[in-house]
Design a protein around this ligand. Structure first.
Ligand code: HPA
Ligand code: MG
Length: 236
């Protein structure tokens, strides 16, 4: 048997997103079990639920490894509602698994929930409003992990981070399940951790909505143009 003195390479989980290329149009709908009420509005399944879960587990492991060293106190996990709620719930529970299964290290967490509103229809608006942070002064000297569903233009995240920095937390890390590869290259924010980089389509499912529809869909799907028109709201 061949021997080698080389140490096995340390398994390193990527904090940068898994890139879904423009040439990938997604999986055909008829290979998936989709709710009847949305079937006609979707073009394809871009990222199946199972893959989303696998990537979140990997992100949880990476975040745990990175942050437990620097953060002996509680890490404030801050869920950006509503779109982030499923990602937040799955990410936190996967970090809890790490805590439960390891005796050598741990990452204590507390949970916060905020809302940021900046979207009408499928485009970004300039208005950004942050709701739900009651005791802002309690953030002083704390470590925050912002948990977001998707970073598109990055405008919302820049505004949110700026707002939070006013209250002097010790660190702010941002994890976003998706980042969008915008055709106009206008994204102004790169998260510390990201699950997937997606092409410039409007995606829905796994709590990501289009005007409050499609949150109740498991897979990440691309909408049909007819679906975008069907659920459009006035004024957007
Ligand atoms: N889907 C849902 N919400 C979003 C998106 C998207 O593609 N981009 C920004 N917010
Ligand atoms: Mg969001």
């Amino acid at each position: 048997m061949a021997t080698t003195s080389k140490q096995p390479e340390k398994h390193h989980i990527e904090s940068s997103p898994l890139v879904i290329s423009d040439s990938f149009e997604g999986y055909p709908l008829n290979f998936f079990n989709l709710p009847l009420h949305y079937r006609d509005d979707l073009k394809s399944v871009l990222i199946p639920y199972g893959l989303v879960q696998d990537r979140i587990e990997a992100l949880a492991s990476r975040i745990f490894s990175d942050l437990h060293i620097h953060i002996p106190e509680q890490l404030i996990c801050m869920c950006v509602l509503k779109g982030g709620y499923r990602f937040f719930s799955d990410l936190v529970s996967k970090i809890q698994n790490e805590n439960r299964l390891r005796n050598d290290r741990s990452l204590p967490m507390s949970l916060e929930f905020i809302r940021v509103r900046s979207y009408i229809n499928d485009h970004s608006t300039d208005q950004t409003e942050i709701i739900g942070l009651s005791d802002l002064n309690s953030l002083k000297d704390k470590h925050i992990l912002i948990v977001e569903d998707i970073i598109d233009t990055g405008v919302t995240m820049v505004a949110l981070k700026k707002e939070l920095e006013k209250f002097k937390p010790k660190t702010i890390n941002v994890v976003s399940l998706f980042t969008k590869r915008r055709n106009d290259k206008k994204c102004i924010f790169k998260p510390d951790y990201s699950g997937f980089e997606v092409p410039d389509h409007f995606i829905v499912g796994y709590a990501l909505d289009y005007n409050e529809y499609f949150r109740d869909l498991e897979h990440i799907c691309v909408m049909k143009e007819s679906g975008i028109i069907k659920y459009k709201v006035a004024g957007g």
